[in-house]
Write a protein that binds this ligand. Sequence first.
Ligand code: COA
Length: 265
Amino acid sequence: MTYQHLISTRDGAVERLTLNRPDVRNAFNEHVIAELTDWASRTRDAALKHDIRVAVIAGAGKVFCAGADVTWMAKTVRYTEDENLRDAMAMSQMFAAINELPVAVVGRVQGAALGGGAGLAAVCDIVAADEAALFGFTETKLGILPAVISPFALAKVGQAAARELFLTGARFSAQRAKEIGLIHDVVAIADLDAAVERHVQEILTAGPEAVAAAKALIPAVWGRPIADAMPTTATAIAARRVSPEGQEGLRAFLEKRAPAWAKTP
Ligand code: COA
């Protein structure tokens, strides 16, 4: 698929994606959703082949992402219920595909992440944001609902923040976004690229298969009673210990050297 609204570049083991509709603040319509879903599928394949170890998602221009394209959503009034359902499922599948990528996904947020843009931040594993960026689950302000993004946003911010922010649709600061767990770094815009790179380099020092296993472990364990989760956690660590990667990591530590996969300190 040739992308009209995305720029995807490969930089060694780092996949860099830029949403590229700056005129509408990188809002996504059905075409962007199809492209993002395709990108997630290709990125997954590349990760499984060990071609990439981390993905960075950014937005071109002043704003990371203004969420769903309001012009497109307004048109959906003419769609049948089935067509609306199909569209919403496609958007859900896009978020799920990014959420489940077996590599670390780092978000670079400048300007704003609103509605589905905040959802996109929620499916990133690590997010660095410009200190002036605005966040919001703004859907109720438009008379709609943060439905599709709710599982991903709730997993990050929890019910207490969601009960305020989903209901009011209020915009909130990067500092607040950090306090509720939606993002991780708040920096001056001039320092944003460096903050993203710090996370990228940190990931490149971790075992690639261990990173994927750690990412899969979180939803597998979250919300389960400890006794119920125990077989999952024990199986997961036992598998890592005997894996070539786990053995290399443990040996490298004992031999006081960098493991084979480590790129930079
Ligand atoms: N869908 C479609 N178009 C959008 C959009 C969206 N979600 N967000 C912004 N745009 C368009 C604007 O209509 C405007 O188009 P125009 O140049 O033809 O007038 C253009 O993008 C620039 O928007 P503007 O508001 O002038 O940019 P800004 O940099 O001052 O502000 C935002 C950026 C993101 C803060 C602001 O555009 C905004 O609040 N957008 C709505 C976000 C929202 O509620 N999203 C939830 C959707 S569910």
